[in-house]
Design a protein around this ligand. Structure first.
Ligand SMILES: NC(=O)c1ccc[n+]([C@@H]2O[C@H](COP(=O)([O-])OP(=O)(O)OC[C@H]3O[C@@H](n4cnc5c(N)ncnc54)[C@H](O)[C@@H]3O)[C@@H](O)[C@H]2O)c1
Ligand SMILES: O=P(O)(O)OC[C@H](O)CO
Length: 413
């Protein structure tokens, strides 16, 4: 039977996620229910009927479900998601700290620094460079944070007094990192700055999703996770489009860890490729990286199944295999002998894996888990660099010899 994917068909199917009854992941029963949830993940994309020029005709948009959204961050991902939501006729504002970005986005519908070839929808409005006012914030149904993890604490601290506690917006986070210095996940940062009630209803979106491809309406799927099932469903509905599918879950810690950790293994994969290793080595790094991520995640209290989801193996595979990834690119350039500081100065965009590797090292020590790949990346980025800042190629060669001596295959998965 031929199945034409229409928005209606999607909305009746993509939201049929059965809720997990158990609150966290202690019992086998809850794992089995999760498995049931993943059973519909294999829908055939080959049958996807993409609208002309990958844009959805506005007449097909459900105007009743229209939301007011404020996106924090007009970098690659913030701009891309603002575009996606504005194109779905939500009322979208995007905050940038750059006066020039605000000016050009509003006057020419272009972002002069990120995704520069793209023309943004007329309805998208940029605000800034001052922090958005309490009046604007309190008008919003949704606040979407697309800023690097290092900026989340300061942004939320500034935001908190501007929120109306009697009418809180849905808060969605898409950053993929661990905070430097504290090793905190974003869920912890939210709890610290906004309190546990807001943290519990916060929602995390993660998965294989290059901004450059979403903006061209390439079929993309992500994990959407929250401790509040209602919040996850709302976020899912907000983002859902025929080319952008959302799979809800209730393991935000696992989703966050997966998103942050895959960046570290992407750096490893890039280093290996920059050194001249090819496909076998990359497959080894992806597979052993997945085992390592899962070990760290479960020691932290996350569900192992989350690491088999889009946010886990999906994003790991994407980021470890493509030069579009900034983290992979950092690794690749290190492997080619460039210095880390120079790479970061010239990358033009954030590679969260670099700071996450440092936070992760603290976490690994604290949890006492075996994570040789992550430690090797840490050594390349920090230990050896500080000892021998001039010769990053030496330390990469040591990484290479380490890969060759890697004892992963002698361990149990
Ligand atoms: N680019 C992607 O394809 C992609 C996909 C999925 C997730 N992400 C994640 O989204 C987050 C943002 O990534 P990006 O690609 O947009 O990065 P980017 O470097 O392109 O843009 C970052 C934006 O955040 C702003 N910013 C930086 N520090 C800030 C601070 N302290 N306070 C407020 N704003 C600050 C910058 O001005 C910029 O507008 C990262 O955590 C990244 O891992 C990115
Ligand atoms: O460019 P990267 O390495 O930050 O990866 C971007 C996204 O996380 C891919 O899903």
């Amino acid at each position: 039977m031929k199945f034409a994917w229409s928005p209606a068909a999607f909305s009746s199917r993509a939201h049929v996620n059965s809720p997990l009854v158990a609150s966290c992941f202690q019992t086998r029963i809850s794992y089995c229910r999760s498995l049931h949830r993943y059973s519909f993940i294999s829908r055939p994309y080959s049958r996807l009927v993409l609208p002309n020029k990958f844009r959805m005709p506005h007449s097909q948009v459900d105007l009743e479900g229209k939301s007011k959204v404020l996106v924090f961050g007009a970098g690659n991902f913030g701009s891309c998601l603002a575009d996606h939501l504005a194109d779905s006729l939500h009322e979208v504002y995007v905050w940038s700290r750059s006066e020039n970005i605000v000016k050009i986005l509003n006057s020419q519908h272009r972002n002069p620094e990120f995704l520069t070839d793209h023309v943004f929808p007329d309805g998208l409005k940029a605000v800034g460079p001052e922090f958005p006012s309490a009046a604007l914030i309190q008008e919003m149904d949704v606040l979407l944070f697309a800023i690097p993890t290092e900026g989340v604490r300061s942004t939320l601290t500034e935001l908190r007094p501007k929120l109306n506690d009697d009418d809180l917006p849905l808060m969605i986070f898409v950053n993929k990192g661990v905070e430097l210095g504290t090793g905190a996940l974003t869920l912890d940062i939210i709890a610290d700055t906004c309190g546990p009630k807001i943290a519990k209803a916060s929602t995390f979106i993660s998965g294989p999703s290059f901004a450059k491809e979403i903006i061209r309406r390439q079929p993309t799927s992500v994990s959407v996770s929250s401790l509040s099932d209602d919040a996850a469903q709302r976020a899912c509905k907000l983002f859902h489009q025929p080319w952008f599918r959302c799979y809800t879950g209730d393991d935000p810690v696992g989703v966050e860890l997966a998103g942050a950790l895959k960046n570290v293994y992407a750096i490893a994969s890039g280093i290996a490729n920059g050194l001249g290793f090819e496909n076998n080595t990359r497959a080894m790094l992806i597979t052993r990286g997945l085992a390592e991520m899962t070990r760290i995640g479960t020691a932290y209290g996350a569900s192992p199944l989350t690491f088999l989801s889009l946010a886990g193996v999906g994003d790991l595979f994407l980021t470890c295999s493509s030069p579009t990834s900034r983290n992979y690119t950092v690794g690749y350039r290190l492997g080619k002998g460039e210095k880390l500081n120079y790479i970061l100065e010239t990358l033009g965009s954030v590679a969260e894996g670099v700071t996450t590797t440092k936070g992760l090292k603290e976490l690994i020590d604290e949890l006492g888990v075996t994570a040789p790949l992550a430690i090797a990346v840490y050594d390349v980025l920090y230990e050896e660099t500080s000892r021998n800042a001039q010769k990053s190629c030496c330390l990469c060669r040591r990484f290479a010899s380490w890969i060759c001596r890697y004892k992963g295959s002698q361990r149990r998965d």
